[in-house]
Design a binder for this molecule. Structure first.
Ligand code: ATP
Ligand code: MG
Length: 523
């Protein structure tokens, strides 16, 4: 009678004739089987999946853009441009009606709200939300399933998630699409390509499911920390929306409006039981986190709330008003020290600005001279491009020693060692060019670098400074480290102007075209 139940359920389905036929065939097969045979369970499970999947069952979209805007604003502080782009995207969807929109990709450093924005998009549209984590997926079968003939075969994650959504048009988050890897078991990217191609995805084939499934009504949203590691064919298909890190001021607002209330609720407390003043929150941001996003901040706030929750639960006396001075007692010694970054007291030590997939960061370049015969040594896990920058910088200095005031004999009588600390962090890219050059010029002339100065820029052999990327993240990192002056290429001025004054307040920018100007500002 299990079969009868399934048949009754199947009768209510709005599936295509092919699927219906396939389903009935399967039921007939089950009826002929011995219920003790192992295939019986497999077939039954398969028939159950078929009836359980949503076939052409849609949730109705809510296309009120005013409502969508309100939901996005309520869930996330700031991100004005990002929200605007999302609303534009929804507006186009509304007008086109056919949902054949390009795949959205939210791109930026960790903890800036990519995954949670995806959730808000679902909420704004009134659709179901499902999320597939792609980090570490390296087997095509995880996307597309195994054939039923395998023992323990299952449908792929796409179909599993659709089943979970119970609708055929959910918002489907492809989380961390840049972390897919491939190996001998096939390339999951190419399976995804098929999933995301509007020409093909109305007839998606899962190996387990066997019948075609229409994915064309699903709204896919991908998230990524880095664009370089996404397969180019996939990347071309995406409309990329970039999110960048937050300033301390923004983090403070996010903490007050979202993170703290969320943590309070999660710990079963109410807002009268714990209050953090602004200074206390800023202390957590500056002393206990160093990040572009707010993920660690959320965890630290969680720890504070937990400590208080414990006091509440044990009915201890406590003061609900938490001030800056209380933070060390609750969280221990601060992990980060702003002054750490003011140590340019020696010649040859220069602060550079770097971009990484996890946000901007500052890095130091140290140069040392020792008696020798002009050998150049590089250490600190530098990539090839960065090594080439060092060689270029040295060549430039050699050919311009007189102008810069370097005694040319040092080149042949001393060995030069350039080191970039934090060896565990791989470093590459051309943007440390001017930083290395200044570091060497500083050691050769024994002149110290100006205090609170950082720089980023590529150099050419002829001494031109070229523009570099990741400017906003780099500026945020500089502010976190208390940098006051930044040197960069003239052509980067437009990037700085684009990012809004609240990010550049308190910083002085020195725009340059040539290496001479860099040395003039720095030394
Ligand atoms: P990852 O790249 O590591 O996956 P992510 O960008 O997906 O990071 P989320 O998990 O979405 O990061 O965000 C981390 C936390 O910070 C979430 O709890 C999220 O709600 C919160 N958050 C991030 N940005 C904002 C914001 N602008 N307003 C409110 N909350 C935010
Ligand atoms: Mg995420």
């Amino acid at each position: 009678q299990e079969v009868e139940k399934l048949r009754a359920k199947g009768a209510k389905k709005r599936w295509k004739p092919e699927v219906n036929e396939h389903f009935n065939k399967e039921l007939n097969k089950i009826m002929r089987m011995n219920s003790m045979a192992p295939e019986y369970g497999v077939s039954l499970g398969y028939a159950e999946l078929l009836v359980d999947l949503p076939w052409n069952e849609m949730s109705k979209d809510n296309f009120s853009l005013a409502r969508a805007k309100k939901i996005l604003d309520n869930d996330h502080f700031g991100l004005t441009k990002v929200k605007e782009r999302i609303l534009e995207y929804l507006a186009v969807l509304k007008l086109r009606q056919d949902m054949k929109a390009p795949l959205l990709c939210l791109y930026g450093p960790p903890g800036v709200g990519k995954t949670s924005l995806g959730k808000s998009i679902a909420k704004a549209l009134g659709r179901e939300y499902v999320r597939m984590a792609l980090g570490g997926v390296h087997d095509e079968a995880e996307v597309r399933g195994h054939r039923k003939t395998y023992i323990g075969a299952m449908p792929g994650k796409i179909i599993q998630n659709i089943q979970k959504a119970k609708k055929s048009n959910p918002v489907f988050i492809l989380d961390e699409i840049d972390k897919i890897s491939k190996d001998h078991r096939g390339d999951p990217s190419s399976a995804l390509l098929e999933v995301l191609d509007p020409e093909q995805n109305s007839a998606f084939k899962d190996n387990y499911l066997e019948v075609e499934y229409d994915l064309s009504n699903v709204l896919f949203v991908a998230t990524a920390n880095s664009l370089d590691s996404i397969q180019p064919a996939l990347r071309d298909r995406m409309e990329i929306i970039e999110l960048s890190g937050y300033t301390v001021e923004e983090k403070l607002e996010i903490a007050k409006r979202h993170l703290l209330p969320k943590q309070i609720e999660q710990h079963g407390m109410s807002s009268t039981m714990i209050k953090l003043n602004n200074q206390a929150i800023v202390k957590i941001i500056e002393g206990y986190t160093r990040e572009s996003g707010v993920r660690n901040l959320e965890q630290k706030i969680g720890s504070v709330v937990r400590k208080i929750a414990k006091a509440v639960a044990m009915e201890e006396e406590y003061n609900p008003n938490i001030k800056e001075a209380d933070i060390e007692r609750l969280l221990g010694q601060p992990i980060f020290d702003k002054d750490l970054y003011e140590g340019n007291d020696l010649a040859g030590v220069v602060t550079g600005l770097a971009w990484t997939p996890v946000g901007g960061d500052i890095l130091f370049i140290e140069t040392n001279l020792s008696k020798g015969k002009g050998v150049l040594t590089l250490s600190g896990q530098l990539g090839d491009v960065m090594k080439e920058s060092a060689v270029t910088a040295l060549s430039y200095l050699k050919s311009h020693a007189d102008e810069i005031g370097i005694d040319y004999r040092v080149f042949s009588q001393y060995d030069l060692h350039i080191h970039v600390p934090q060896g565990a962090v791989p470093k590459d890219g051309p943007s440390a060019g001017i930083t290395m050059l200044v570091s060497m010029a500083s050691i050769f002339t024994q002149r110290k670098i100006k205090k609170d100065l950082a720089m980023t820029g590529e150099i050419t052999l002829r001494g031109k400074v070229l523009p570099v990327g990741g400017i906003k993240e780099k500026i945020l990192a500089a502010k976190r480290a208390n940098i006051k002056d930044i040197i960069m290429c003239y052509k980067n001025q437009k990037d700085v102007e684009e990012i809004g004054e609240e990010y550049t307040k308190g910083l002085t920018f020195h725009y340059v075209n040539y290496v001479e100007e860099v040395i003039e500002v720095a030394l």
